[in-house]
Design a protein around this ligand. Structure first.
Ligand SMILES: [Zn+2]
Length: 492
């Protein structure tokens, strides 16, 4: 039985036809599937809830009604890779007010995950568009005797508004469309950004490269260093997109640190390496079921178009002596550890190793969420296909390659017990912190002069606040009601 999937015997692999689901042609996501009680036929009533995952980044493969309140939910495995099942993202509607349900997610493939540490799913609804975590008291992660002792995630939920569409997800989704829209917006700053299509995925989506630096026309005007940032090679690791966006938004901003960084550093950013996997709602794989971060050492022309394009780009950047490639960061989200941390390499050359650990050490000093205990430097053979391992073997010795990992859940704070969950803003902030760390790093390396930026930080200190607040006229009272949200917008 070694290596066999524990759920292979279940009917997940022999899906029954259902009149309500799209079993043919689609990905196997449920498509507006109404769950009726046994024996009920005809028009669905309120409370016969309707499940849907047939949208961008959606994932829900099957729903079984267990009792009046209880539903077994099956994650749709990654395309062409049935062993990978963790990302889920689906909507529920046609509910009754005060209807209570228990959802059991029964086929998670990786039992060692952050649900053991208190991670809970996210929920929002069409009238409340901000994601919220389901309270811990309503969430259970346990070995279930009813499910062949497989680990099951169960959560109880009470619907409160009949007209709402509710959406549940593993963590904050960040779709392919959102990435395109962000780049459209970012790259209106023509003086410091350049946008190119590096590759086209198998399903014809764009793998893009954004270059951020000042004086784009003539980067040879002074010696600069090149930093390459890769993100979203694993589609279910959406936090890495928020980190990447936070970094890019900061780098193009008018913040004094950003201005200095643009003058001395060229940032080459590939924000979405696996757009098909992201679009499809996969957890780790491409359309063809490949884990791109285990494929760098066996790149195939037709299976890995993104890697085929990025490898020569890196080799080219590595050739320049005036603007040398310095560093490659590969952004990931971790499903089984808390905080921010780094996976790096070990080297027999002790000086090389010492240079390699400088950047992570600075990150540890500048990010309150950094967890040194999770940081690891190794040379395991089974990680030979990762970016950080493979790229350091083909690039010059001074180039440092790291995986930057951020928890899908939260981080531990020194002052307070318990895990403090990340929000979307927390992930953006992490991206901004990366930029600040590059300033410190290049000052330490003597690339950026010590006095820069000239202006002190714009962070307001206690003393710099005005002593006397300006009195404001009270605002006229208005009747407040939530802004109407179109149902179609719920997925993002
Ligand atoms: Zn990853």
């Amino acid at each position: 039985m070694e290596g066999r999937d524990p759920l292979e015997h279940t009917s997940l692999y022999q899906r029954a036809e259902s009149e309500d689901s799209d079993t043919e042609g689609g990905l196997g996501n449920v498509n507006k599937m109404i769950i009726r009680p046994p024996g009920h036929s005809g028009k669905a009533k309120k409370g016969h809830i309707c499940f849907d995952a047939s949208f961008e980044t959606g994932n829900l493969g099957r729903v079984d009604l267990i009792s009046e309140f209880e539903y077994d939910l099956f994650i749709r495995p990654d395309t062409c890779n049935p062993r990978l099942r963790l990302w889920f993202n689906f909507t529920v509607d046609n509910v009754k007010t005060d209807q209570r349900v228990v959802f059991n997610i029964v086929n998670i493939s990786k039992s060692a995950n952050l649900f053991r540490n208190g991670l809970t799913p996210l929920v929002k609804s069409s009238s409340r568009s901000k994601w919220q975590r389901i309270p811990r008291e309503q969430v259970f992660y346990y070995k279930s005797a009813q499910h062949q002792n497989h680990y099951v995630l169960s959560f109880a939920f009470s619907f409160d508004r009949e007209e709402d569409v509710y959406q549940f997800a593993l963590t904050y989704p960040y779709s392919y469309s959102r990435y395109l829209a962000h780049l459209d917006n970012l790259c209106t700053r023509l003086t410091c950004t350049k946008r190119e299509t590096l590759a086209t995925s198998i399903q014809k989506r764009k793998v893009e490269l954004v270059t951020i630096t000042s004086n784009l026309e003539d980067v040879q005007d002074r010696a600069r260093r090149v930093v390459v940032v890769l993100a979203r090679i694993h589609p279910g690791e959406s936090p890495s997109s928020f980190v990447c966006q936070g970094l890019m938004d900061f780098l193009v901003s008018s913040h004094p640190i950003a201005q200095v960084l643009r003058s001395y550093v060229v940032f080459k950013i590939v924000p979405m390496l696996n757009p098909d996997g992201v679009f499809l709602g996969n957890y780790r794989s491409t359309l063809m079921g490949a884990d791109l971060n285990r494929s760098w050492n066996k790149i195939s022309e037709w299976l890995h178009p993104a890697l085929v394009a990025i490898k020569p780009m890196l080799k080219n950047l590595d050739k320049s002596s005036r603007t040398p490639l310095d560093c490659v960061l590969d952004l990931h989200a971790h499903t089984n550890a808390t905080g921010l941390f780094v996976y790096g390499n070990t080297y027999d050359d002790v000086y090389r190793y010492e240079r390699h650990i400088v950047l992570p050490k600075l990150l540890a000093q500048h990010a309150e969420d950094y967890e040194i205990g999770n940081t690891m430097y190794n040379q395991d053979p089974h990680k030979a296909g990762t970016a950080r391992r493979y790229l350091c073997s083909i690039l010059k010795e001074q180039v440092n390659c790291y995986s930057i990992e951020v928890s899908m859940y939260g981080y531990n704070r020194k002052s307070m017990p318990g895990v403090f969950p990340y929000t979307e803003e927390g992930y953006y902030r992490l991206g901004r912190n990366l930029a600040r760390v590059f300033l410190e790093y290049y000052k330490l390396m003597g690339i950026i002069p010590a006095g820069l930026p000239d202006q002190p930080s714009t962070k307001r200190t206690r003393q710099s606040r005005p002593r006397h607040r300006v009195l404001r006229e009270p605002r006229p009272k208005t009747s407040r009601k939530p802004a109407p949200i179109h149902l179609a917008s719920i997925h993002e």
